[in-house]
Design a protein around this ligand. Sequence first.
Ligand code: MEV
Length: 403
Amino acid sequence: MKVVKDFSNLEEKEAYSISSLAGLSAETADHMIENVIGAIPIPLGIATNFYVNSKDYLVPMAIEEPSVVAAASNAAKMARKHGGFKTSNTGPIMIGQIQTVRVLNPHRARLEILAQKDELLRKANEQDPKLVSVGGGAKDLEVKVIDTPRGKMVISELIVDCRDAMGANAVNTMAEAIAPQIEKIARGKVFLRIISNLATRRLVRSTATFDKEMLGGDEVAEGILDAYAFADTDPYRCATHNKGIMNGVIAVALAVGQDTRALEAGAHSYASRTGRYRSLTTYERDSEGNVVGTIEMPMAVGLIGGASAVHPVAKACVRILGVKSASELGEVIASVGLAQNFAALRALSSEGIQRGHMKLHARNVAASAGASGELVDLVAQKMVEERKIRFDRAQELIAQFSK
Ligand code: MEV
C-alpha cells in the first residue's frame, strides 16, 4: 500500500478510504484476488416496491450512478398495482466448449465423439459428485463442426445443470477432464476448454403491467412503445437502451457478489443472437391502455461458491434479498432490469432524464466542493434553481452560506 501511496501521491485520507476495508477484511480480500491493496466502497442502496411472483422483495443495489435506485423503485410501484412481476426460467443449464483443431475428417470425428457420449458424460460427472448428488451435473453432449479462417474445427459442447452454482468452475473442470478423450477420439489437437457466457439454456423471463395513469397517460405510453421500436431497430439506440437494463441488473448482481462481466457478456451476445443487436425487452399495450413489458435474458448467477458465499457484504445482501435459489435470484434480477428499462423509457418519453439526474448530481457536486450536513442540500438546491451545477459555483455558495 505504501508503494502505491507514494507513487500516486495519495493523501492520507484517500489512502485510508482505500485500505480501511469497511465491509471486507484484509484477509478475506486477500483470499479473493491477487496483489490486494484495499477495497473500493460503492454506494449500496435498497430498491423498494418489488413484488415478484406474489412475494415482496427489498432489493440491494450497488451502484455509483444517481437516480438508478429511485427509478427502479418507482417503476416497480407502477407494476405493483397490476400484480407486480411474473417470472419463469429455463433451468440452470450452462454450456462448456471443447475446441478440437487439425482434425482430418471433422464430420466423422463428430459422430465418433457422439458415439462415446455416455462414457464422456460419466467422466465429466466423476469430477463433481456433490453437484450430481443434488440433481445437477453433465446431462448431454452436443458436437458441431464450424468453418473458421483457420479451417474446420470440431466443437464439443457439454450441457451441464449447475443447480445453485454459477457453474464456471464445475463446467471448466468437466471440460478439462474429458478433453484428452475427445482429442483421442477426434485424432486432432484440443486447445480451448471453457464455459460459454452465451447462456442460452439459462434464460430468465419476467413480465409486468405498468399502470397507464401512474406512468403519465396515453401520450407517455405511446412514447414508451416508440422508444422500444427505436431501440429494437437501431443498434446505436439499442446499446443505450440495453445499458439501461444493465444498470439494474448489474447493480443487484454486484451487491450479491455475482460475476458481473459474465452477465454483461451473456446479455449483449444474446441481444445479437439473430445477427442484429436487439432489445432484451419488449413493450405492448393491453386493452385498458396499460403498458405490458417483458424481458428475456441469460442469467448465469449462483449462490454457492463465488463471492456471494465469501464476501460479508454480499452475503448480507443475499439475506436482505431473501432468495433461496440461483433461479429465484436470476428472476428477481431480470425483474429489476425490466423495471429499470421501463423507468428510463418513461423518463425519456416525457420530461427527459436530466432533471432528476441533475438534482442528485448537484448534491454530489456540493459534497465534492466541501459541503457537509444541511449545507449539501442548500447548495444543491440553489445550483439547480440557477441551472448552474458547477464545482466553482458550489464553492462560492458554500462560502456564502457559511458566513
Ligand atoms: C443511463 O445510465 C441509462 C439511460 O441512458 C438508458 C436509456 O437511455 O434507455 C437513461
